[in-house]
Design a protein around this ligand. Sequence first.
Ligand SMILES: NC(=O)c1ccc[n+]([C@@H]2O[C@H](COP(=O)([O-])OP(=O)(O)OC[C@H]3O[C@@H](n4cnc5c(N)ncnc54)[C@H](OP(=O)(O)O)[C@@H]3O)[C@@H](O)[C@H]2O)c1
Length: 290
Amino acid sequence: MSLTSLDAKVKLRDGKEIPQLGFGTYELDGKDAYNAVTIALEAGYRHIDSAEWYDNEKEVGQAIRDFLKRSGLPRSDVFYTTKLKNNVSHEATLASIKKSLDLCGLEYLDLYLIHGPWGGRTIRRACWRALCEARDQGLIRTAGVSTFGLRHLKEIIEGAGGTDGTDSEPLEVPVVHQIDLHPFQTRTAIVEYCKEQGITLEAWAPLVRGMRFNHPVVKALSEKYSKAPAQILLRYSLQKGFVAIPKSSSKTRIYDNTNLFDFAINDEEMKELDALDEGLVTDWDPTNCP
Ligand SMILES: NC(=O)c1ccc[n+]([C@@H]2O[C@H](COP(=O)([O-])OP(=O)(O)OC[C@H]3O[C@@H](n4cnc5c(N)ncnc54)[C@H](OP(=O)(O)O)[C@@H]3O)[C@@H](O)[C@H]2O)c1
């Protein structure tokens, strides 16, 4: 894996590749989503993260399609992710996938995630089977999960938690797990388990949603490397081997967040950042839901 440019990609356990720096679109609505994604693509991002929940799949898909048309680049040059909002049933999941596909108009979804682990074990496993089926049908290329706790991951991967031996067979291992990861929320046990399983970790809130830019350790590194706190946090994420998906609505900051490839945080400083873990929840945390 090369950390030298915005083109850096991570190889997934299913053999596909994902651009290591992506662009998040949470809280970008309508025209703002279209404009921000257009700027991001023009800045060189080739990985865009959306979700049924964000209610912007149409505008995000349109921005990607317009960019591809303008630039003459093939569909395969942009990696597009979206996510399942409601965990209801196998059939409802397949219907949601088809709806997301229609909305974005992108032929296929590069990555589709179960957004969160609600619904209980039986429903989670049914939804996961539906993702695998959609992958086999070619609607999605890669299937994964998001904000799952250890227990939820083990239910799928090891068949854990079943009663009376029913529905207890191991299912396919999710390829990607998107979860909040940054120095103030390191989720060590989940990260270790995912690494053992060969699951690629995607860091949401890699900028800590702006809540710790003034932390003394972050500020000291910012001064040392003449980089903004946001760039220190993103560089940390990339050096951890995570796929990072920062969001911004500002053209300047969208570009700033790509300026990460001319410095490196040393090992001692990486450990210093790791030691800042305070289990900070910046938005939501369903990892313990039943
Ligand atoms: N799976 C999940 O449950 C889940 C949950 C949350 C998020 N996500 C995904 O992960 C993406 C990133 O997470 P996030 O949006 O919550 O948080 P984030 O990327 O950590 O932080 C975004 C915030 O940082 C600000 N910002 C961006 N660049 C900056 C810079 N260079 N300097 C100063 N401030 C900067 C943004 O403000 P401006 O817009 O004003 O620049 C925004 O307020 C989301 O957009 C979404 O795609 C997934």
